[in-house]
Design a protein around this ligand. Sequence first.
Ligand code: 5GP
Length: 228
Amino acid sequence: MEIYEGKAKKVIPLDDGKVIMEFKDDATAFNGGKKAQFKGKGWLNAQISAKLFRLLEENGIKTHFIGIAGENKLIVEHLKMYPLEVVVRNVVAGSLKKRLPFNEGTQLKEPIVELYYKEDALSDPMINYYHARALGVSEAEIKEMENIALKVNEILKEYFEKKGIILVDFKLEFGKNANGEIVLADEISPDTCRFWDAETKESLDKDVFRFNKGDLISAYEELYNRLT
Ligand code: 5GP
């Protein structure tokens, strides 16, 4: 496996079935259409992800997280990644407004789970089970990922509620380990979730950057401080 560099992370393979995931200070939005750097973002996302992976592990979710390997680096299990993004939504925001006739901030009666094909060249299109099968992912595998995603939602929603934060929506990625198990991977951070302050409804996530809502680092720090 070669070193892989994505928009916000670098993935460096080790020889023992483990991988270093290095979080960069780069931020991109709108499929790379908007770019900037924020000193300290990599550290914040690594620390927040570590904290949330630990919380999920404690609650019975199998994740790739092994430990923290330095300031902005995590050690994780090497997985064969699925080319999918699984999005869970509790509150209407973002691209859901293009699909349903509800205003931003509307509480959904039950969570919505969506599947996307992770492919920048196609702008991560939304797909269904048929497309997933064409990509070589079985219906049973998708169902398992969706079930895990809904469990993750229950755990995180309750956890954030206690911190005065609404978990609006988030994106997960999964991989398969050497034993053929489906394992939660990638990161869980303000880059990949929408978090709103329960009182003010202010964004504590990447929407601050996407929509010029203020200082990204202050928002991420506020989130981090509430978790620690
Ligand atoms: P939306 O579809 O509304 O743009 O995104 C839904 C949720 O999934 C948001 O929390 C967003 O941050 C996350 N998400 C969806 N696609 C991506 C992606 O390609 N990269 C990242 N970092 N997050 C994503």
